[in-house]
Ligand binder design. Sequence first.
Ligand code: GLV
Length: 387
Amino acid sequence: MPVITNIEDLKRIYRRRVPKMFYDYAESGSWTEQTFRENTSDFDEIRLRQRVAVDMSGRSTATKMIGQDVTMPVALAPVGLTGMQCADGEIKAARAAEKFGVPFTLSTMSINSIEDVAEATTKPFWFQLYTMKDTDFLSRLIERAKAAKCSALVITLDLQILGQRHKDLKNGLSAPPKLTPATIANLMTKWSWGLGMLGAKRRNFGNIVGHATGVSDAANLGAWTAEQFDPTLDWGKIAKIKEMWGGPVILKGILDAEDAKMALQVGADAIIVSNHGGRQLDGAISSIRALPSILDAVGDEVEVHLDSGIRKGQDILKAVAMGAKGTYIGRSFVYGLGAMGEAGVTKALEVLHKEMDISMALCGRRTISDLDRTILMIPENFEGRWQ
Ligand code: GLV
């Protein structure tokens, strides 16, 4: 068993074990991948202020996200096709999150269905909703999430149409993978993944196939998105969905202070500052660079969370010290899942927790409520002076 000390270690194993098309799916940004790259590199621009001779005993990273207890300010982000990274991937990730004490968010475009995850877990998880043209399907999806006792609805606002990821087109991404000479050659080198998949509960989109009328084969994410996602989504529709749901709502994909104010007006319980992991608008600014202006605009009135770019506990510390009440990890847990299944997701959470806890202590702070911007050294022009 290799010694795993950081998220990059998990990524290396993940790359060896999982078919190229699914590795590429997770590891891509849209077009030139500028935003994808800057999501991580911009975290490194911020430095941490070291303090010494502070009693570091009795530390805790526990806090709350939308009023729910979490052992650290981290949730698992919704990631499409998670069950293609590892057999029953959503079930395994949800179980690891539950045991660790952080929220799991199930994607609409998951492989395991809402019901599969509910059956396999004991605590409520969060459900991420893509808005569909088929309003009957949309309301049934919301009812299914309610029936499964999901404790928050995360509505994604930045993917009415799909940003192009070149590798997905070149690889012919689909779930399950189509058998071409290239995929067969690659699958032959991924035997443990293949064996797992033979016994998987599902191998296609579990929330959709058999539930959306007239859709028997939703194998191709790109084609399905183009056909079914609602390009007319606007704030009025978001308010209606919030009303249909009737529980806590988190709006995901906010990158602009004006949109944050709109989210406040429709009564969001939290917003996620996010550029979808650099997978949608290439050329948009990184989430961590967008965070300060959004906090200034709405931070006193709504919980502000952040995703995109977190690969280290220090990144979580920086986002929270800046003012975010929570963060989300997508790729960081997927690497663990693809590398080692449920144990790998647990490992990813442990790695991030340890990095965050020790770094917090070395900044002279013992609890999440002690954190503020004074532990950060933020370059003067970090937010940028854009015309
Ligand atoms: C879906 O959410 C994707 O980014 O592929």
